[in-house]
Design a protein around this ligand. Structure first.
Ligand SMILES: Cc1cc2nc3c(=O)[nH]c(=O)nc-3n(C[C@H](O)[C@H](O)[C@H](O)COP(=O)(O)OP(=O)(O)OC[C@H]3O[C@@H](n4cnc5c(N)ncnc54)[C@H](O)[C@@H]3O)c2cc1C
Length: 414
């Protein structure tokens, strides 16, 4: 509940809501638009999306922006132009959910009652989780590809580097497209090599696990590129402090046994991530879920509140958090809600599919597709698999998927 409300006004709002909707979607990102589009295509007539922003971003292209191979304008469209026809856009933020009474409170002070609730407000970036990082990200030498603004900042920072030390860092814990920080790194290395300056740049990649990704076939492809570019890989480690005034970063092994301090000329960081703080107050999460929404991993239905569903980066699923996963999840949530609305059972189930396309040069991609058991699940049975470095998958990832996203995925048609 909103901390500013009295118990009396809360009761009034839950018994006399100002608005009612059949399906209320929290968040008009990749997941929210896709699931709304699918529901409407299946005959649903009363779908509302709560989304505060008027600009929608296609995040997979942020890595290309940071790597200097896409323009910022290619990543954004107006929210209005993408909201599926027939859906009502409530331009507001959800500040509280009362799943016992099936209502949500909005920042504007209104309350909406729902028959079904779909929770997909995405993931939270915890810049404060590493001492000094929140201050450092404001300085000229520290950037990321995790927001458009920081990707735009990373691009000239990497382009204009001709010598010195550049550190790329991936945190432990959950994340959106975990490992995506490597994508601008490989593109920058390819660019520096073409300019003849790569040998003068010490490139350091810090990862939390024992290998660069954690699936042996993918590791083999990425390790080959790491050797080719001369990248220094520091495994089972994290950055533990950034002192931006001195341009130094502390890197410690996760067992606490090793640590080193590096001077950097550029630092490119994937932020630590968790479920949005406000979800913790809703009763929709549970211990040990990092603040993400508790769901049945297959039906995506909440185990305690059967009219609540969650998908995308905010859901506590075991698959890799990615747009690729949402294509399956949005179909499952829409099918299950429609089945329940028609008096049936939610029989649609996810397979746990996830994807991470690693852009390993300015013209090739290692297309990693895998399930929640980290088994490879290639969409197309090409010899050697899509996870081999290929020009074809770069064309798909850089040019075809954005078009499919704007025209079909955001409308729930793919
Ligand atoms: C750098 C980067 C690269 C990536 N690369 C790939 C890739 O190559 N392939 C791939 O498949 N995936 C990739 N992903 C992952 C993919 O972008 C995400 O998995 C996907 O965007 C998640 O969609 P979502 O709808 O769950 O969250 P989001 O897209 O983040 O949308 C959440 C929406 O909820 C809204 N919201 C937040 N709080 C509230 C609130 N309180 N009330 C109402 N609305 C709210 C937000 O404004 C936002 O619009 C990448 C991600 C990043 C960051």
């Amino acid at each position: 509940m909103s901390t500013t409300q009295s118990a009396e006004s809360t009761t009034q709002r839950t018994t006399e809501p100002r608005d009612e909707v059949s399906v209320l979607v929290i968040g008009g990102g990749n997941a929210g638009l896709s699931v709304a589009g699918r529901l409407l295509a299946d005959g649903a007539t009363d779908v509302a999306i709560v989304e505060p922003r008027d600009e929608h971003h296609y995040k997979p292209l942020f890595s290309y922006v940071a790597g200097g191979t896409a323009r910022a304008s290619e990543t954004r469209r107006s929210q209005r132009s993408l909201t599926p026809r027939g859906a009502r856009w409530v331009r507001d933020s959800v500040v509280a959910v009362d799943p016992e009474h099936s209502t949500v409170d909005l920042a504007s002070g209104s309350t909406i009652a729902y028959e079904h609730l779909v929770v997909c407000p995405g993931i939270q970036y915890d810049w404060d989780a590493v001492p000094g990082l929140a201050a450092a990200i404001e300085t000229p030498d520290v950037a990321s590809n995790y927001t458009l603004e920081l990707a735009v900042k990373a691009s000239p920072l990497l382009r204009d580097t001709t010598r010195g030390t550049v550190v790329f860092s991936q945190p432990a814990g959950p994340g959106s497209c975990v490992g995506a920080i490597q994508k601008p790194m490989y593109q920058a290395c390819d660019y520096w090599r073409a300019r003849g300056v790569l040998d003068a740049i010490r490139v350091v990649l810090v990862v939390p696990d024992a290998t660069v990704f954690g699936i042996s076939q993918i590791d083999a492809e990425l390790d080959r590129k790491i050797r080719e570019y001369g990248i220094e890989l520091i495994t089972e480690s994290e950055i533990t402090e950034v002192r931006s005034s001195e341009r130094v970063v502390d890197i410690s092994s996760r067992d606490g046994e090793r640590s080193q301090r590096l001077s950097y000329d550029a630092l490119i960081v994937e932020p630590p991530q968790s479920g949005p703080d406000w979800i913790a107050q809703t009763g929709l999460t549970a211990d040990g879920l990092d603040g993400f929404v508790e769901v049945d991993a297959h039906t995506l239905r909440h185990p305690r509140f059967p009219n609540v569903w969650s998908l995308g980066d905010a859901a506590a699923t075991r698959n890799s958090k990615s747009g690729g996963a949402i294509r399956e999840q949005s179909r499952v949530v829409a099918d299950n809600i429609r089945a329940v609305q028609r008096g049936g059972s939610p029989t649609a189930r996810t397979t746990g599919y996830g994807v991470c396309p690693f852009t390993v040069s300015r013209s090739t991609v290692v297309f990693a597709e895998f399930d929640d058991q980290r088994r490879l699940t290639p969409t197309f049975p090409l010899p050697g698999g899509l996870m081999r470095e290929r020009r074809l998958t770069w064309l798909i990832d850089r040019h075809l998927l954005p078009r499919i996203y704007w025209k079909l995925i955001t409308q729930g048609r793919a």
